[in-house]
Design a protein around this ligand. Sequence first.
Ligand SMILES: [Zn+2]
Ligand SMILES: [Zn+2]
Length: 335
Amino acid sequence: MSAPFSWIRPEPQGIYIAPADVWVDPSRPVPRALVTHGHADHARGGHGQTIATPATLAIMELRYNTREGASPVAYGESVCIGGDVTATFLPAGHVLGSAQILLEHAGERVIITGDYKRAPDPTCTPFAVTPCDIFITEATFGLPVFTHPPIREEISKLLKSLTDEPESCVLVGAYALGKAQRVIAELRASGHHDTIWLHGAMEAMCRLYEQHGVALGDLRLVSDAPSKEALRGSIVIAPPSALNDRWSRRLPDPVTAMASGWMRVRGRARQRGVELPLVISDHADWNELTQTIAEVNPHETWITHGREEALLRWCELGQRRARALALVGYEDEDD
Ligand SMILES: [Zn+2]
Ligand SMILES: [Zn+2]
């Protein structure tokens, strides 16, 4: 008999499941991959076979033109991936299609969360707390200083800026996968039903969300606006990279906003020339991370993908077994 959990191996380029010869979120192309969600630091093109939720596969097809070798697995469905290993995809509440992956082998249960959050999000299925022996958690915002306010407060700030400056428009920087659609859906839920104008880079992903049942209301492209004047008093959503480039000159006196968990850090907002920082994150904040570890209550927690040290310390202080993993290639495309 082999040592407990020796079948699952954290390697610098991803997590390797030896008996099945499968990688989870590998940072380079491999013959067979399990992919937690569509963000670029987890989902890469070029794998021989990609096992993921249908929405994640659709996102990958849109971004990388990968249609071949796609094996869809629905939430809650278990599949044998070879070597007597079973994989079950569970909702992670991060973006559309995002999953935690539960792996079972020889009576041992390991969960790899990918990215996740616990805060409500109308654009994706909520995180499912599931018992396991080893819980491999992300730690993007793994410091006590990171607390994300309720999203409704941030959306109210955005709407207030719109009414305070009716001659301007509010330009919101938001990542094209997840953040943009969540901001739009929350604006709709807050009663804002005006046209929302999009940068061209946002369009395809918004349509994909709508095809997956997430209603986003009246969206139009800035390039289709009849005049600059037509944009006054409106919300415009663009990728963060477009906030300060030539593209934004076509907008009437924009107030620059940015929706990101990093907006908690004043210096980051200033650096980007953001006048209206909106602390909106699709990752668990410190309280959600610790709450989740407590609720899942695994035998051991492995911490990766961010600021591991503080969370490691928190586990140790609570007499919880934990270790930090050093995986490479993960960045916050998706903060
Ligand atoms: Zn992500
Ligand atoms: Zn990530």
